[in-house]
Design a protein around this ligand. Structure first.
Ligand code: NAD
Length: 327
C-alpha cells in the first residue's frame, strides 16, 4: 500500500495512519506541492489525504492509477477536488464536517465584532503613538445588540453563528438557503427570506455557502448595492463566492461600511486595492484554526482512509455518496 499525506497535520492523524500503514505512509513536508509534484507523488497511491491547497484534478487521479480508492480532504469544503472525476474513477471522497463548526462560527463572530468596533485600526493607532487624549468621536462603529443578522447558507456553521449572535446579542435573524429549516426558524425565531430581501434588511451579512457553480460570485456589484450603506459583511466560506474586485469598490465607495474576510478569490493574493483599505479586516484562512478543531479534523480525515483501505467500509463523511467504491 501507499498512502500520501500531502502536508503535516496534527500528530493525532499522523499516528493513526502510521499505526495502520507504517512505512507505507509518505508525508510531504514543506509548502504545498505544485501540480507536477502532486502527480509524481500520487503515483501508485491507494489513498491520498489532501489539503484545500491541493488541486486534486483528473490528472492527479490518473497519475495515481487504479489503486487509488480514497481521497480524504482535510477540510469541510471540497471544491479543490474534482468530484465528478473521482466518482467516475470509483474513488471515495471524504471531508471533515462538524468538528470545526464551533471554531469557524467563533471566528466569524470575532470578525464581525472586530470590524464593527474597529479593533485592528484602533490597535495600529495605539502602537503608532497617535493616542494623545480621549475623544468622543474616536473610532465610532455600530452597536451589534438587537440588530438584524442575515445568514447566507444555513448549514452547520451558519446555524451555529446565528445561535451565538441570537443568544449573545439578541439579534433578529434572517436567513437565505436553497432549503428551508423549520426547526431553526422555531428555535431562534428566524425568518426565511430571499437573498435580495436579506441584503436589503440586514445590518450584518455572514456568508456560509459552499463554493459551487451556483454560489460563484453570489455576492457581486449588484448584491453589494442592495446592502445598507451601514452594513458589515463577513465571509468565512470560500473566496470566489465573493467578486473581490466588486468588494474593493463597495468598500472604497462606501456602498457598505465594512467587511471581515478570511477567504479570498485569488488566495493567497488579495484583489488589487484591498490591502490599502481601513474598513476591512483580513485573516489568512484561519477560521477553523483552534487546536481542538485541527486535532479532530486530523482524526476524522485519517479515520476515513483507514475505513476504506483497512475496514473496507464507507466512511460516514463521504461526499460522493453515488460512487461505486472499490474495496
Ligand atoms: P454545510 O453543508 O453544513 O452548509 C452549507 C449550506 O449552504 C447548506 O445549508 C446548503 O443548503 C447551503 N447552500 C448550498 N448552495 C446554496 C446556494 N446556492 N444558495 C444558498 N445556500 C446554499 O457546510 P458547513 O459545514 O456549514 O460549511 C460551509 C462552508 O464553509 C464550507 O463549504 C466551506 O467552504 C467553508 N468553510 C470554511 C472554513 C475556513 O477555514 N474559513 C472552515 C470550514 C468551512
Amino acid at each position: 500500500m501507499k498512502i500520501l499525506l500531502t502536508r503535516e497535520i496534527p500528530q493525532s492523524g499522523i499516528e493513526a495512519l502510521k499505526k495502520e500503514f507504517g512505512e507505507s505512509l509518505i508525508i510531504h513536508h514543506g509548502p504545498p506541492m505544485t501540480s507536477d509534484q502532486l502527480k509524481e507523488s500520487a503515483k501508485g497511491c491507494d489513498g491520498v489525504l489532501s489539503l484545500l491547497t491541493d488541486k486534486i484534478t483528473p490528472d492527479v487521479m490518473d497519475a495515481a492509477g487504479d489503486s487509488l480508492r480514497i481521497i480524504s480532504n482535510y477540510a469541510v469544503g471540497f471544491d479543490n477536488v474534482d468530484l465528478t472525476a473521482a466518482t467516475e474513477r470509483r474513488i471515495i471522497v471524504t471531508n471533515t464536517p462538524g468538528v470545526l463548526t464551533e471554531a469557524v462560527a467563533e471566528h466569524t463572530v470575532a470578525l464581525l465584532i472586530a470590524v464593527s468596533r474597529r479593533i485592528v485600526e484602533a490597535d495600529k493607532f495605539m502602537r503608532t503613538g497617535k493616542y494623545k487624549y480621549w475623544e468622543p468621536m474616536l473610532f465610532l462603529g455600530p452597536k451589534i445588540y438587537g440588530k438584524t443578522l442575515g445568514i447566507v447558507g444555513l448549514g452547520r456553521i451558519g446555524h451555529h453563528t446565528a445561535k451565538i449572535l441570537k443568544n449573545g446579542f439578541d439579534m433578529k435573524v434572517l436567513y437565505y438557503d436553497v432549503r428551508r429549516d423549520d426547526d431553526f426558524e422555531r428555535e431562534i425565531k428566524a425568518m426565511y427570506v430571499s437573498l435580495d430581501d436579506l441584503l436589503e434588511k440586514s445590518d450584518f451579512v455572514s456568508i456560509h455557502v459552499p463554493l459551487l457553480p451556483s454560489t460563484h460570485h453570489l455576492m457581486s456589484e449588484r448584491e453589494f448595492k442592495k446592502m445598507k450603506p451601514t452594513a458589515i459583511l463577513v465571509n468565512t466560506s470560500r473566496g470566489p463566492v465573493i467578486d473581490e474586485n466588486a468588494l474593493v469598490r463597495a468598500l472604497k465607495e462606501k456602498w457598505i461600511e465594512g467587511a471581515g474576510i478570511d477567504v479570498f478569490e485569488f488566495e493567497p493574493n488579495l484583489a488589487e486595492g484591498l490591502a490599502e483599505l481601513d474598513n476591512i479586516i483580513v485573516t489568512p484562512h484561519i477560521a477553523s484554526a483552534t487546536r481542538e478543531a485541527r486535532i479532530e479534523m486530523a482524526r476524522l480525515a485519517s479515520q476515513s482512509v483507514v475505513d476504506v483501505l483497512v475496514n473496507k467500509k464507507i466512511p460516514e463523511n463521504i461526499v460522493n455518496k453515488e460512487v461505486k467504491p472499490r474495496f
